[in-house]
Design a protein around this ligand. Structure first.
Ligand code: ATP
Length: 362
């Protein structure tokens, strides 16, 4: 069942915010609507929630057509970036609110609130006022309140957007685990690729009001359906004429390669002979930057001028694990050979005059 969206269009004046959106979001799934600012994510979420109505198209939730049903009749839980808590009520009262207006018996409310506070790890904080909670705790209270009514669907609009990076990361892990426990069909909006890749079962990539791709995080990352998704979903680097992921660049010290002439050669990269013809280029250069980031090492390789074409101005970014760096015996300043990994996803680099790629906002 889940959520079925068919032929949805929404314009503001002559601006088309959503164009012909058709989507099936699985029941019990955690779906991320991911896209750059202004792509239409929030508009789509608001249509699902009933705060906005589409110009054309339909929305079904668990088999029921809700397209014209008012928000309060859709049995949906909402969590927003800035949670509007009732400041004069305790945390427990805030969580109980939805049940009280539904006139659920008091004993039942008390029991449900206890369960929910425990679920969001706030059992010790029920008596506090919202102002006495941290930002992360407040968002957990918002989740408890949204879940109190046993919603058929939970909608979250940038729920962790206002929190600092560390708390945000903790809440992501926590949301993932919570969802594994409660399995309510959930849709959350984010412009953060990492957040979507880490938390969601299904990612819907939206761009300029159109769905670019729907898939699991692995499908979206490893098999992007369009140049836009490839550029938007993760880091890319240029190697000759091609774009690829920094961890898909293979690198060896020049001394261990063969025929290290630039541009068109074969080289023993990563233990096998590689020919530039099937790989989109084998290049020589020098490691000009060396950065350790956690367990990874990020290198920049400035390429030598090639015989065939113009010099590549931007250094190649290479991402390796520390173990790989040790195994290869690489040092800052080394002369190296670089080539794409044989399984690398390659895309033609932007030609002069083409629009700039959208940068990943992390
Ligand atoms: N009520 C409105 N009136 C006019 N234009 C609107 C209205 N709501 C949204 N838009 C426009 O529709 C487009 C999509 O907006 P939307 O809020 O859905 O984007 P978004 O992907 O959620 O972006 P962000 O990540 O910045 O929140 C934007 O260009 C926005 O300016």
């Amino acid at each position: 069942m889940g959520i079925e969206i068919r032929g949805l269009n929404k314009s503001y004046g002559d601006f088309a915010a959503l164009r012909d959106i058709t989507l099936s979001l699985p029941s019990g799934g955690l779906t991320a609507l991911l896209g750059p600012s202004g792509s239409g994510k929030t508009t789509l979420l608001r249509i699902l929630g009933g705060q906005e109505s589409p110009d054309t198209g339909t929305v079904q939730i668990d088999g029921q057509d809700v397209t014209v049903l008012p928000a309060q009749k859709r049995n949906i839980g909402f969590v927003f970036q800035h949670y509007a808590a009732f400041r004069h009520m305790t945390v427990a009262k805030n969580v109980a609110f939805g049940l009280e207006i539904r006139r659920v018996p008091k004993a039942q409310i008390r029991q449900r609130v206890e369960e929910l506070l425990s679920l969001v790890q706030l059992s010790q904080h029920g008596h506090k006022m919202p102002s006495q909670l941290s930002g992360g705790q407040r968002q957990r209270m918002a989740l408890a309140r949204a879940l109190a009514i046993d919603p058929s669907v939970l909608l979250l609009d940038e729920p962790f957007g206002a929190l600092d990076a560390k708390v945000r990361k903790e809440l992501r892990d926590w949301l993932r685990r919570l969802h594994d426990d409660v399995h309510v069909t959930s849709v959350f909006v984010t412009h953060d690729q990492e957040e979507a890749l880490e938390v969601a079962d299904t990612i819907v990539v939206v761009n300029e009001g159109v769905v670019e791709q729907v898939g699991t995080p692995e499908e979206i990352y490893d098999r992007p359906a369009s140049d836009f998704v490839f550029r938007f979903i993760g880091e890319t680097t240029q190697l000759g004429e091609m774009l690829l992921r920094p961890h898909d660049v293979r690198i060896v010290p020049e001394a261990s390669g063969t025929g290290a002439g630039a541009g068109n050669c074969s080289a023993g990269v990563g233990g096998s002979d590689l020919s530039s013809s099937d790989l989109g280029g084998v290049f020589s250069g020098e490691i000009t930057r060396w950065n350790r980031v956690g367990f990874e090492t990020r290198l920049e390789v400035t390429l030598d001028p090639t015989a065939q074409g113009p010099v590549q101005q931007t250094p190649v970014h290479v991402q390796l694990t520390r173990t790989e760096v040790r195994g290869l015996g690489l040092q800052p300043g080394d002369r190296v050979i670089v080539a794409p990994h044989p399984d690398a996803e390659l895309r033609p680099a932007q030609r002069a005059g083409a629009p700039e790629p959208v940068l990943a906002a992390v």
